[in-house]
Write a protein that binds this ligand. Structure first.
Ligand code: GP9
Ligand code: MN
Length: 679
């Protein structure tokens, strides 16, 4: 055995410790664990701090993604740990930024839309805070340590002359197993010993990581998170159970399984149940009353307005109306203040899909991105086939965004006018200002073969809502210079654009033979309650806030302006296709649609189910909890606006869950195509 005295003895002991305790690895686990905790502290939707089990899951999952680095020789391990650190930090940071905007985590389908995430540009910049630098604090510390070590080493090197061998060189030599002094056999034995040591360390780290991560997750799954992996949970609920790395592992494996298994197979029994459900839905909505076919042959213009919410309709700031044109239009139109957006991660594309197919969007990703080739009963195709319509889509942005080029072809549109088809004479925000967008779209419409179905998606009120100074016409007072003020400003601009379009339609002689269907696509991602309370001048309950964030206005102007007034009953984006078909006198009976027919009559029930599992039937309103267990949600009575016994919501809750499940099965299993083949 080698014996060293003084500095050398210390060096050997340090070195021995360095060899048996993987300090670098431990520091790595600690650093990533702290970063995961930092991310959690920034998730405003979660009211609870990480408990002991959550911490163990986080540590365990970091060990599970990194245990293999212990099998590598010291240098390789350092490189692998550094690379893993960079990768995991990038993942945590991306999730953080994504979460701030979408209140959700990145999934594989969303990653496949990475081009789009990049195109968020200005939005992303406004979602990055100086605080985020803490995520790379360990890199700074590591760099400082490295520089310090180098300086120290240099110092030793200069002082070490003659018999005083520099400590670090000595230590390094020892780390090599004292190669220079050992025989060949001893060297081999030493090598085997080191290999075995590394192998065992890796296996131990895996075992410990597995127990730490999987143990608590199993415990959660056996207790409050019972049906976690079967139901369509909102990703944030899943995260609450599995932690971030566990969530990504689950999401990625689900995606891989989905790809490997191809189209989901659905049992014959399940198919029968689904068909039965649709039969009932058909009889509910296929009502042939006096409004059925009242506007047969009319043109239809559908405008899906970006982040256009209901709370500011009819409201003023400093005596100025936010949406004066919308408000005027309401006077000879139908207005639905309880119209809900039913979108999920696919945002604009979900609003588009749900409105046109009358199915729910998926719990993860966008249908347009994931299943553009599956069969859906969509409005443009039906109108072309059943009503001889020309169908065109207009959106002045990149045609590939949300896979629109492919999706619109699949939906049967004759043409899709994207950014390349517009003259950029009014650059604004992401693209072209809505005023010019409407003007140019209208010019096209006047040349179109009638009757036409035209779908327009606006963009000027997209996050981060900043307008050039010369476009700001609203005095937002106390909100000046805030993102909330900018939002009101941009909506005011879009409203003015709507006013110009209506004028243009009148001048072009289209107003009197066109149904105008205008709705907002989703919320504005601004969730600070204080802003809404200040703007509305009253304090808001959880129920108020939930409704505010989920209600988008719907306005339907009919050619003769005959049907007018406010319909207070709940309605939602899924209701668009069956309702328009009804007005045009085309039966929706042959189609697999889930939405309500808004013209079916006052007695027909209207259940509106949101993607999160929230729902309302007009009397009750259910808000799911973060853990998504029915009992932990809140059931409200809309009359008193107070929480009531949860059991009152049970039956509609079951129905809401059934609808979400059926919709998901239809979409992922491409069932409509199968059902058609059978007939
Ligand atoms: C861009 C528009 C914006 O084409 O659809 O999408 P969003 O970010 O709201 O989903
Ligand atoms: Mn949108």
């Amino acid at each position: 055995m080698l014996r060293l005295t003084g500095d050398r003895g210390l060096a050997e002991r340090i070195n021995w410790l360095l060899r048996i305790i993987p300090f670098g690895y431990i520091l790595f686990v600690l650093a990533i664990f702290l970063k995961l905790r930092m991310l959690h502290s920034q998730l405003h939707a979660l009211y609870i701090d990480m408990n002991l089990l959550d911490n163990l899951i986080a540590i365990g999952s970091v060990m599970l993604v990194s245990f293999w680095t212990l099998w590598l020789p010291p240098r390789g391990r350092s490189i692998a740990l550094a690379a893993l650190n960079v990768l995991l930090t990038a993942l945590i940071f991306s999730d953080l930024v994504y979460y701030r905007y979408f209140r959700d985590f990145i999934t594989v389908p969303v990653l496949l839309q990475a081009g789009q995430v990049g195109e968020l540009g200005g939005s992303i910049r406004s979602l990055i805070y100086p605080y985020d630098l803490w995520l790379i604090a360990d890199w700074g510390a590591w760099l400082a340590l490295k520089l310090g070590m180098m300086a120290l080493k240099k110092g030793f090197g200069r002082g070490g002359q003659g018999q005083d061998q520099p400590v670090f060189q000595q230590a390094n030599r020892l780390a090599d197993g004292g190669a220079g002094t050992l025989s060949e056999a001893a060297r081999r034995q030493e090598r085997r010993r080191r290999l075995l040591g590394r192998f065992s360390a890796g296996v131990i780290a895996f075992a410990v990581g597995f127990v730490l991560a999987v143990g608590p997750i199993r415990h959660y799954a056996k207790t409050w998170a019972g049906d976690l992996f079967e139901n369509n949970w909102w990703n944030v609920s899943l995260y609450n159970v599995t932690g971030l790395l566990g969530f990504h592992f689950y999401d990625a494996s689900k995606y891989v399984m989905e790809q490997l298994s191809g189209t989901d197979t659905v049992s014959a029994q399940e198919q029968t149940e689904i068909k039965r459900w649709f039969d009932e839905a058909r009889s509910r909505r296929a009502v042939q009353n006096e409004t059925f076919g009242a506007y047969a042959g009319s043109n239809v213009i559908v405008i899906q307005a970006e982040a256009f919410m209901n709370f500011m309709i009819g409201k003023q700031i400093g005596g100025q109306e936010i949406t004066p044109h919308f408000n005027r239009l309401m006077e000879d139109s139908l207005y639905y203040p309880n119209y809900y957006h039913q979108t999920g991660q696919g945002r604009t594309s979900d609003a588009d899909f749900s409105s046109h197919s009358s199915l729910h969007p998926l719990p993860a990703g966008s249908v347009a991105m994931r299943y553009p080739s599956h069969t859906f009963d969509v409005l443009p195709r039906i109108l072309k086939e059943q009503g001889g319509y020309t169908a065109e889509a207009f959106h002045a942005y990149e045609g590939s965004f949300w896979n629109r080029n492919n999706m619109y072809q699949a939906m049967g549109y004759d043409r899709f006018f994207s950014k390349k088809d517009f003259t950029m004479d009014e650059p604004l925000g992401w693209s072209l200002g809505d005023k010019s967008f409407f003007r140019q779209s209208l010019a096209r419409m006047t040349q179109e073969k009638q009757p036409f179905y035209n779908f327009l998606i606006t963009l000027s009120s997209h996050h981060p809502y900043t307008l050039p100074a010369d476009k700001k016409e609203l005095d937002t007072g106390e909100f000046e210079g805030t993102v909330f003020g900018d939002y009101l400003q941009s909506v005011h601009y879009v409203d003015a654009a709507l006013g110009e379009l209506v004028e243009g339609l009148k001048q072009a002689g289209l107003w009197d033979n066109t149904i105008l269907y205008f709705y907002g696509d989703h919320d504005n991602s601004l969730t600070d309650k204080a802003d809404y309370e200040r703007f509305l001048g009253k304090s808001l309950s959880d129920l108020d806030m939930h409704q505010i964030m989920n209600q988008v206005p719907l306005l339907i102007h009919l050619p003769d302006g005959n049907l007018t007034g406010t319909d207070d009953r709940p309605a939602g984006q899924l209701d668009m296709a069956p309702s328009l078909l009804h007005l045009l006198g085309i039966s929706s009976a042959p189609y697999y649609m889930m939405g309500n027919n808004l013209f079916a009559g006052a007695e027909t029930e209207r259940l509106v189910v949101l993607r999160s599992g929230a729902f309302t039937d007009g009397g009750l309103y259910y808000i799911p909890s973060a853990d998504n267990r029915f009992e932990n949600g809140q059931c409200y009575d809309l009359e008193s606006r107070l929480p009531i016994g949860i059991e009152r919501c049970r039956a509609p809750y079951e129905e809401a869950q059934t609808r979400l499940r059926i919709s998901d099965t239809i979409i992922t299993g491409d069932l409509i195509a199968d059902f058609r083949k059978e007939n």
